[in-house]
Design a protein around this ligand. Structure first.
Ligand code: ATP
Ligand code: MG
Length: 332
């Protein structure tokens, strides 16, 4: 049985002039001891997806339909208290821009101890301190930093403290929304290594959100590519990187500078997201895709298994290798 199984999830935000369909019919599974990367440009619904799993949506957001099964229970129908129990204990969530979410007037020790005692009130102070020191040590921060205040730590250290905090209660799943964004390359590498360690040493699954294909392909076992609130492609991360079937994934890969000898060859993805209040008829990618056909303008394509384990929502999935050739020269 999968650890997490999401089926046909629809999440919407109410706005004064209508409804934003931020997650629109998303289905995927996370197996135990697996890192799943969620890739996509700004505004495609990655954070909305992450927040809906732990029911951290803002007041104007709601799950409209679909199932979020975690270890057999449907989280989308549990009440707030029941979800709180699952959250942290079983699923730890590190939100986007989390560095600012540490309490500026409490030491790291106070915040780590409070997290443990809030969920395991019987834990002794000694045990809490030992565990707090242990998780800091795991992410490469000296336990002597327990007495520091957040402002005394660098941005990279604060992000690592949050990841350490997510380990405190030994969850089965960590959801990390953009854990490396804005950090320098050495800290980024350290964080990606830590995430692999969570899987390899503690058997934790990780749902890791990023808009950077390089981050995800390095670390993830599986990758989900989102565009305009929908999954357009999912499968083993390395296969999607090397042999993308969906033109959007081809474009994301093609925009990596290191793959091009001549910067003139660089394919730039236009970054403006599609309008999720009135999405285009047909495929969500229809207005950007260089390979669009008549069919694409009518209905959003269903998934086809273009190669073993790879599901792609593209009418031209069977032509993928020819399109990949063309994609290297296309102007996006
Ligand atoms: P980023 O990479 O910038 O973090 P994202 O992929 O995480 O983007 P989301 O934050 O999930 O995207 O947003 C998905 C869509 O929902 C966007 O169109 C966004 O403008 C919209 N949205 C997000 N939060 C709200 C809100 N509270 N009210 C209305 N619309 C929202
Ligand atoms: Mg986000």
């Amino acid at each position: 049985m999968s650890l997490l199984s999401i089926t046909d999830l629809h999440v919407q935000y109410d706005v004064p002039d209508g409804v934003v369909r931020a997650v629109d019919g998303v289905s995927f599974d996370i197996e135990p001891e697996t890192i799943v990367g969620v890739l996509g440009e700004s505004g495609c619904g990655k954070s909305t997806l992450s927040k809906s799993i732990v029911r951290a949506l803002p007041d104007n957001g709601a799950i409209r339909s679909g199932e979020i099964r975690f270890d057999g229970r449907d989280l989308s129908t549990l009440n707030g208290e029941a979800v709180r129990q699952v959250r942290w204990d079983r699923i730890a969530y590190v939100p986007q821009s989390a560095m600012g979410s540490l309490d500026p007037v409490c030491t790291i020790e106070e915040q780590l101890v409070e997290t443990i005692t809030a969920h395991r009130p019987d834990t002794s102070r000694r045990e809490c301190l030992d565990r707090a020191g242990e998780v800091l040590d795991l992410v490469g921060i000296s336990p002597s930093r327990l007495s520091s205040y957040p402002h005394e730590l660098s941005g990279g250290m604060r992000q690592r403290v949050l990841l350490a905090m997510s380990l405190l209660l030994e969850p089965d799943l960590i959801i990390a929304d953009e854990p490396t964004t804005g950090l320098d390359v050495l800290i980024r590498d350290k964080i990606l290594n830590d995430i692999e360690m969570y899987r390899d040493e503690f058997g934790i699954s990780v749902l890791m959100v990023s808009h950077d294909i390089a981050d995800l392909v390095e670390t993830s076992d599986e990758m989900i590519v989102m565009y305009g609130g929908k999954i357009v492609e999912q499968g083993p991360a390395k296969t999607l990187f090397d042999e993308a079937v969906h033109p959007y994934t081809m474009g994301l890969r093609g925009s990596l500078p290191e793959l091009h000898d001549d910067p003139e060859d660089l394919i730039e993805m236009k970054m403006e997201p599609p309008d999720l209040q009135s999405p285009p008829e047909g495929c969500r990618f229809v207005n950007k895709c260089p390979f669009v056909t008549e069919e694409c303008t009518v209905d959003h394509p269903g998934f086809v298994e273009a190669k073993p384990g790879v599901e792609s929502a593209c009418y031209r999935a069977t032509e993928a290798s020819a399109l990949r050739e063309k994609a290297t020269t296309v102007s996006w």
